[in-house]
Ligand binder design. Structure first.
Ligand code: IMP
Length: 429
């Protein structure tokens, strides 16, 4: 038996939804281990398009979904999403969705603080999704978070809300935002309790059983390595560890249980939100990639910034994320571009770097060093074998493999689930 962890290898939106869905059909359990409803995974199944933010993608394939303790959970967002997918015909309930009893909750005050702080940052805004992710993780490490299990203990909840509000209302008032009323929050949470608690359990026990029963588990990462709170382009990152190593802590399993780590990267680069992006394109080519790739944020609706494939960046993500196989998505978006560029490193103040330095000023000065490759005129959309790809497209993929120092395990050539070229089976271990 081998398990698989899937993580983004750029700045998110790499098309993880499709690959997760493709692999979920062969897994027994799908686990989310970090992030929250800031994620946006689009799954196209036949004529239905599912847009998932919080729910593990495996639910679409009738698999057991688990939300691990490493996630931050907004109960209202969860129920809205469940209603939405139920309307599309999906069966979701406590029988196939289990949530870690110790998961920290996102409350309305988190999103209020997230937004108020972004306004206060002015031109230095991070471009967060405004969903309260950062403030909720801050409360977790500050040991004042309300956790799912607290909903079963009204007295604990009441006492914890006092502590939480002392902190948040002071901040909110300081930022000129409206403070929150304790009784209103308490009533709201106690009102949610009967609906939410049936989903709660010690998910680590279920995963331990799965280990004994040789079940296949897939760990579904959200965001991406370059948005990792430690390894990403800090502070323009999300507030969780997005690397596969966090699947162990974020689900309650040992590190050996994670299995093969698969990184997903687009055949070019995109980014939503602010922060450094050395290969960003401001010309017609960038515009064309954005239009053909339909590059709009699933959660924010904002147009994504587009640029050339940055092999130095993905190589870094491969190393710190422990990526053993790469999935390259959206190759077809590059169809028809006569010349393609791949960034192999950066020049900063005359010095050559093979990685993006950590300092903000250095990152701002990083000039990409490009290798130019011949493009292809034929369409690669929907290709299902190497034989269906033009020689120059194969060359492009092979060059990426060399530069990022990871083999391409899967190649995705359209949003359709079956338009995927499998080179190696990630579940083979
Ligand atoms: P937060 O996660 O809402 O705090 O946002 C922090 C940064 O991560 C911002 O630049 C967001 O645009 C980015 N971000 C968060 N979630 C995603 C995602 O799922 N895809 C791409 N970017 C994301």
């Amino acid at each position: 038996m081998a398990n698989v962890a899937i993580i983004g290898a750029q700045w998110g939106d790499e098309g993880k939804g499709k690959i997760v869905d493709w692999l979920a059909s062969r897994a027994d359990i799908v686990v989310r281990f970090q992030g929250g409803h800031n994620a946006g995974h689009t799954l196209v199944v036949g004529n239905q398009t599912y847009k998932l933010s919080l729910l593990p993608s495996g639910l679409v394939r009738g698999k057991m979904g688990i939300i691990g303790n490493g996630v931050v959970l907004d109960p209202e967002a969860l129920f809205n999403e469940i209603s939405r997918v139920r309307e599309q015909g999906l069966d979701v309930g406590p029988h196939n969705l289990r949530i870690a009893e110790n998961v920290p909750l996102i409350l309305p005050l988190h999103s209020a603080l997230d937004k108020a702080r972004e306004v206060a940052r002015g031109k230095h805004a991070i471009g967060t999704t405004g969903r309260g992710i950062g403030p909720a993780y801050e409360d977790k490490v500050a040991r004042r978070a309300i956790r799912l299990c607290d909903l079963a203990e009204p007295e604990t909840l009441s006492h914890k809300l006092d502590e939480l509000l002392l902190h948040h209302n002071t901040l909110l008032k300081g930022l000129g935002a409206e403070p929150f009323d304790k009784q209103e929050l308490l009533d709201r949470l106690l009102g949610l309790a009967p609906k939410l608690l049936p989903y709660a359990e010690a998910v680590w026990e279920r995963l331990d059983e799965a280990r004994h029963e040789n079940k296949r588990v897939m760990f579904e990462g959200a965001q991406a390595v370059m948005l990792d709170v430690d390894h990403g382009t800090y502070p323009y990152v999300t507030s969780s560890n997005t690397v596969a190593g966090n699947a162990a802590a974020g689900a309650g399993v040992g590190p050996h249980f994670i299995g093969t780590v698969l990184g997903i990267a687009k055949a070019y680069t995109t980014r939503v939100g602010s922060g450094p992006f050395p290969t960003e394109l401001f010309d017609e080519i960038g515009k064309g990639i954005g239009e053909r790739g339909r590059e709009f944020g699933t959660v924010t609706g904002r147009p994504r910034r587009c640029g050339w494939f940055d092999a130095a960046l993905v190589r870094q993500a491969v190393k710190v994320g422990g990526v053993q196989g790469l999935t390259l998505t959206k190759l077809d978006v590059l169809d028809g571009i006569p010349e393609l560029k791949i960034c192999t490193g950066y020049r900063i103040d005359g010095e050559v770097f093979r990685r993006l330095p950590a300092g903000l000023a250095a990152q701002a000065k990083a000039e990409p060093i490009y290798e130019v490759l011949e493009g292809w005129t034929q369409s690669t959309k929907g290709a299902r074998s190497w034989a269906q790809l033009p020689a120059t497209a194969i060359k492009y993929v092979r060059r990426i493999e060399e530069l990022v120092e990871a083999p391409v395990a899967l190649l995705s050539t359209s949003p359709e689930r079956d338009d995927t070229i499998m080179v190696t089976d990630p579940f083979a271990g």
